[in-house]
Design a protein. Structure first.
Length: 63
């Protein structure tokens, strides 16, 4: 599965998981990507888009 949105380019971010004893370990926060059948360049393609792009109308879904 792709790690970035095909429309806005949103990708994963580095963060820290902090334990009760304040020990920090690295973790990755990934965007909420969905597989969507969308119209791209006049053709129907399956793309990975984040939910914000789907909600805002950047993605034109195929019927």
């Amino acid at each position: 599965m792709a790690k970035t949105c095909d429309y806005c380019g949103k990708g994963r971010h580095k963060a820290h998981k902090v334990s009760h004893s304040n020990i920090k370990t690295r973790k990755w926060q990934r965007p909420n990507l969905q597989s969507v059948r969308a119209i791209v360049g006049g053709q129907v393609r399956k793309v990975f888009a984040c939910t914000r792009c789907i909600r805002s109308g950047k993605v034109v879904k195929a019927a």
